[in-house]
Design a protein around this ligand. Structure first.
Ligand code: COA
Length: 189
């Protein structure tokens, strides 16, 4: 399975395409902007480490990553699925945005598009997300796409050496192909 192109609402003038090796410089550059990784467990975000990560997606059957790009192909952010467990019908959603392109719904629509794609194209019934308890903007994205907060994961992941608490969120498809809940974020076109 590859990260096939996915359209986003036309008002956003953006779309999802597979992440490519040449995206490493731009991805690393915005991750290194002040504050971007503060509420995440990102480790090495040097261009070399990010290039190696992109390279690993080609060999890894358990993860997919898309580039969120504008109409000229410029990288605005990324979105993906980690820990894809086909045997259990489950995957974990992840995303980030260049701070220059935050605040207009790109992450919400990209996350919703990938969540729906994972339900529909991959046939997964559970899409989950783990989010640092201090990451208010990411929590807002998860709640806008209709994920439900399931509980706290205490001391779940080390963030720059310190064990931190994470919320577990998920959207679960039930019965005959209906994702519950499956909302539309505002201002979709
Ligand atoms: C998490 C992250 C992607 C959220 O970015 P964001 O810009 O807040 O999210 P969106 O792109 O969905 O934009 C939402 C904002 O745009 C507004 N908005 C405007 N048009 C919108 C639309 N059509 N749809 C949804 N929201 C819209 C929302 O009201 C919201 O504004 P607010 O923050 O003032 O409430 C960003 O903070 C980030 O990259 N953080 C670092 C990496 C990270 O934490 N990743 C997640 C790890 S769990």
């Amino acid at each position: 399975m590859t990260a096939t192109p996915i359209p986003l609402p036309s008002a956003l003038a953006a779309s999802l395409r597979p992440l490519q090796l040449h995206d490493a410089v731009a991805w690393s550059a915005y991750l290194n902007r002040p504050g971007v990784i503060e509420h995440t467990s990102w480790g090495d975000i040097s261009p070399a480490a990010i290039a190696a990560l992109i390279g690993s997606y080609a060999e890894n059957r358990d993860a997919l990553r898309w580039a969120i790009v504008d109409t000229s192909g410029r990288l605005l952010g990324t979105v993906g699925l980690n820990e894809i467990a086909r045997a259990h019908g489950r995957a974990e959603l992840a995303y980030d945005l260049d701070p220059l392109h935050q605040g207009r719904g790109l992450a919400t629509h990209a996350a919703l598009a990938v969540m729906n794609w994972a339900h529909d194209a991959l046939g997964l019934q559970r899409i989950q997300a783990t989010v640092l308890d201090s990451n208010a903007s990411s929590i807002a994205v998860l709640e806008r796409i209709g994920m439900q907060r399931e509980g706290i994961l205490r001391q779940y992941r080390k963030v720059r050496g310190q064990a931190r608490d994470y919320w577990m969120y998920a959207a679960v498809r039930t019965g005959q192909g209906t994702a519950v809940p499956r909302p539309s974020p505002h201002q979709s076109t």
